[in-house]
Design a protein around this ligand. Structure first.
Ligand code: C2E
Ligand code: CA
Ligand code: CA
Ligand code: CA
Length: 253
C-alpha cells in the first residue's frame, strides 16, 4: 500500500468530501469539514483512518496534507464565486504536518494561490500535537496572525489538559464523538458534555459537537447551548457537487 500511496497523488486518486456543520440557533450551514478519501483503482474507497497513519510515517503526509489544504481552499473560493453564502471550511492537520513542516508558510502560500480570504479557513489540530507547549503556542500564534481560525479536534478523547485551553490561542472546541454518542445514555457523560460546553463558553470559545446521529443527541446539545453540530443526522461527508445540491436544501430547514 505504501508504494501505491506514492503514486496516488500523481494519479489523482484522492478526493475531498465535505461534511456540513450546522448552527443550532439558526439551522444554517456555517461551515464544512474537509475529509480525504482514497479512490483506489482495485481496492475501492480507502478510509483515511487506514492510509493517513501510513502516510504520517513517511514525509508523504506533507504532500497529501498540502494537497487537501489547496483543494479545500480552492473549493471554498469557488463556492463563494458561485454566490453561495460564505462559509468556513475546516481542514485537518496531521501532527507531523503541524510540527515538522513549515506549516505557516504553506498556509500563507495556499491562501495566496487560491485567493481565499483567511477567515474562511479553519485548521483542526488535536491534543496529541500539543505536547511541546511553547512550540505549539508559537506556531498557533503565527497561524492566527495570518487570520485563519483554529479548532481543537477530538476534545476529551486524549490527554485533555484543561490548562492548555487557556494557553492556546484557539477559537473552537470540537467535542469528541464518543462523548456525543454516550451523552443520551450515560448520565456521567451528559454531565461532562454539559460542563465542556459551559467551560468553553466561559473561555469565549465556540463549541461544536461531532458524531451527532440522533434527534436525542440534537435535543440534548440544543438544551445545553452547544453552538454547532456535525454528524450523520444532518449529512454524511459529501462530494463537492452533492454538497452544493444539498446546501440550499438543508439551509431551509
Ligand atoms: P476526525 O477528524 O475526527 O473526523 C471525523 C470522522 O467522523 C470522519 O471520519 C467523519 O466521516 C466521521 N463522522 C462524521 N459524522 C459522523 C457520525 O455522525 N457518526 C460517526 N460514527 N462518524 C461520523 P473519516 O472521514 O473516516 O476520517 C477519519 C479520520 O481521518 C479523521 O477523524 C481525521 O483524523 C483523519 N482525516 C480525514 N481527512 C484527513 C485529512 O485530510 N488530513 C488528515 N491529516 N487527517 C484526515
Ligand atoms: Ca477533524
Ligand atoms: Ca474529530
Ligand atoms: Ca478523530
Amino acid at each position: 500500500m505504501e508504494t501505491d500511496l506514492h503514486k496516488a497523488l500523481e494519479r489523482g486518486e484522492f478526493v475531498v468530501l465535505y461534511q456540513p456543520q450546522v448552527d443550532l440557533l439558526t439551522g444554517k450551514i456555517m461551515g464544512a469539514e474537509a475529509l480525504i478519501r482514497w479512490q483506489h483503482p482495485e481496492r475501492g474507497i480507502i478510509s483515511p483512518a487506514t492510509f493517513i497513519p501510513l502516510a504520517e510515517e513517511t514525509s508523504l503526509i506533507m504532500q497529501i496534507g498540502e494537497w487537501v489544504l489547496h483543494t479545500a481552499c480552492l473549493q471554498n473560493k469557488a463556492w463563494q464565486d458561485m454566490g453561495l453564502a460564505p462559509m468556513v471550511v475546516s481542514v485537518n492537520l496531521s501532527p507531523r504536518q503541524f510540527l515538522q513542516s513549515d506549516i505557516v508558510n504553506t498556509v500563507r502560500r495556499v491562501l495566496e494561490e487560491t485567493g481565499l480570504q483567511p477567515q474562511y479557513l479553519e485548521l483542526e489540530i488535536t491534543e496529541s500535537m500539543t505536547m511541546d507547549v511553547n512550540r505549539t503556542i508559537s506556531i498557533l500564534q503565527e497561524l492566527k496572525g495570518l487570520g485563519v481560525k483554529i479548532s481543537l479536534d477530538d476534545f476529551g478523547s486524549g490527554y485533555s489538559s484543561l490548562s492548555y485551553l487557556k494557553k492556546f490561542p484557539i477559537d473552537k472546541l470540537k467535542i469528541d464523538q464518543s462523548f456525543v454518542r454516550d451523552s443520551t445514555t450515560d448520565l456521567n457523560v451528559a454531565t461532562i458534555v454539559k460542563t465542556i460546553i459551559e467551560m468553553a463558553h466561559s473561555l469565549n470559545l465556540h463549541v461544536i459537537a461531532e458524531g451527532v446521529e440522533t434527534k436525542e443527541h440534537l435535543s440534548f446539545l440544543q438544551y445545553n447551548l452547544c453552538d454547532e453540530v456535525q454528524g450523520y443526522l444532518f449529512s454524511k461527508p459529501l462530494p463537492a457537487k452533492e454538497f452544493e445540491k444539498q446546501f440550499t436544501e438543508i439551509e431551509k430547514i
